[in-house]
Design a protein around this ligand. Structure first.
Ligand SMILES: Nc1nc2c(c(=O)[nH]1)N[C@H]1C(S)=C(S)[C@@H](COP(=O)(O)OP(=O)(O)OC[C@H]3O[C@@H](n4cnc5c(N)ncnc54)[C@H](O)[C@@H]3O)O[C@H]1N2
Ligand code: MOO
Length: 404
């Protein structure tokens, strides 16, 4: 019976065929972290832009030292932030500070720790002084007009540093989809409410919202009742207002699982419904007018989590043209899984001293047991074609936890 559902690979193929491209927006450097570059970051000058002194001390001409001079009268002081000085006399020195421009006609810097300073002279008290030491030479890191980071890459703090250094107070980025996360089900009350005996809090959407935030996508939250007309009215408005709808619950076979029917009625074209997998089988994906993408995740929190990290992440990566190879981990123990489904196993990871990543399955009580997610780090992808997965075998691993 499962065969009427599509496979994991087929689902990925359909998602890729339905990738979109996000428009370009210009944002302040303060808000660009985590977003994707829509322009190259280019060096506006050499890095470093001048011969930069890297130690506090004196600058000399090395030839003079080579010829036997160890005491140098101090001609001047060059602080960081002052225009370049010139070493007027080859037998003299200039005191230089870290970050200063190397004085003209000097070629070597000796740090204060290797000097004796008295009566306006610096005496070198070490034998070894290498020509050009303690200087970060102009353009050695990168030269003017070189692309430092290509468009398409994600902006981390390292790219923010570079953007600031090249004078970009605004950065062109991909504008992420305007997103709403929608819960459904009359058993759900909001986080600040006290649930009655037959109710639970709608926890799911808060976790999904946080994940999307980590991916650079702020999202609004909405709730749908299990009532067809009301559901239709609300979703119709959301389809107008948002680029991406992430809905949880109401996609299975229950008497109140109206969602697929309502979406179809509102002109959303179904691309697939149900995948040969556990958990997350009832996952539904569709789009409206090429512009609005709708991901209806199963209500069970672990299933929703799996579909978010496996499929929504994949669709976003394809839409942003992110190239991201899989992470692999080794099983610490045998796993037997009989159903002919791909199995996304909750697992905890650890590294051993050979730098091998190990994954230990931590089985909770099914896809409703979201407390178990607190004890794990991601999902091990155990393929459909096998039933026995042996200790030491390597499988793709999809992490959901960032480790510092
Ligand atoms: N006869 C069948 N029943 C079910 C099937 C099936 O194939 N045939 N599939 C099962 C599977 S697998 C899943 S997964 C669930 C998915 O059902 P729905 O997507 O319709 O989700 P709901 O029924 O609305 O909710 C399931 C479960 O999750 C809780 N939930 C829902 N939303 C939230 C939320 N925002 N925060 C926390 N918890 C939430 C809800 O209370 C239910 O307990 O269907 C199986 N049934
Ligand atoms: O496969 Mo459904 O996704 O529980 O548990």
């Amino acid at each position: 019976m499962e065969k009427t559902f599509i496979t994991y690979q087929e689902a990925l193929k359909i998602l890729e065929e339905n990738k979109t491209s996000f428009p370009v927006a210009e944002v302040s450097i303060h808000d660009a972290g985590g977003l994707f570059l829509a322009e190259d970051l280019v060096a506006d000058r050499d890095f470093p832009p001048y011969h930069r002194v890297t130690m506090d001390g004196i600058a000399i001409r090395h030839r003079t030292f080579e010829n036997g001079t160890v005491s140098f009268p101090i001609q001047d002081v060059a602080p960081a932030g002052a225009p370049q000085k010139t070493l007027q006399d080859a037998n003299a020195c200039i005191e230089v500070m870290t970050g200063a421009i190397l004085p003209k006609d000097a070629d070597t810097v000796i740090r204060y720790e290797d000097l004796e300073i008295s009566n306006g002279s610096a005496t070198i008290n070490v034998d070894a002084v290498t020509k050009r030491q303690n200087i970060h030479f102009k353009g050695i890191d990168i030269t003017e007009e070189t692309v430092i980071k290509n468009a398409g890459e994600r902006i981390s703090s390292a790219e923010i540093n570079v953007a600031a250094a090249v004078g970009k107070d605004t950065i062109k980025v991909r504008r992420m989809p305007k997103t709403v996360i929608v819960s459904s089900g009359d058993e759900l009350v909001d986080v600040h409410e006290k649930p009655l005996a037959h109710q639970i809090r709608r926890s799911n959407v808060y976790g999904i919202k946080n994940t999307l935030k980590e991916w650079g996508i702020p999202a609004d939250l909405k709730h749908l009742p299990d009532e067809k007309e009301e559901m239709e009215k609300i979703i119709s408005g959301l389809l107008e207002a948002y680029d991406m709808l992430v809905i949880t619950g109401g996609v299975s076979k229950g008497k109140f699982d109206f969602l697929p029917e309502v979406l179809t009625k509102l002109g959303v074209e179904k691309q697939f419904h149900k995948i040969q997998q556990r958990p997350g089988k009832p996952f539904w994906f569709g789009k409206k007018d090429e512009s609005t993408h709708i991901f209806a995740l199963p209500g069970n929190p672990v299933s929703a989590f799996v579909c978010l990290y496996v499929y929504i992440r994949f669709w976003l990566q394809k839409s942003l043209e992110v190239v991201d190879g899989p992470v692999y981990a080794k099983l610490t123990e045998d796993v037997i899984f009989k159903p002919e489904l791909i199995f996304f196993t909750e697992a905890k990871i650890s590294y051993d001293q050979e730098a091998t990543l190990w994954a230990t399955p931590v089985f909770g009580n099914g896809s409703g047991d979201f407390v178990n997610l607190v004890n794990t780090d991601g999902f091990l992808v155990l393929p459909q074609e096998k039933n026995l997965f042996k200790k030491g075998e390597v499988y793709p691993f999809i992490p959901y936890r960032m480790k510092l």
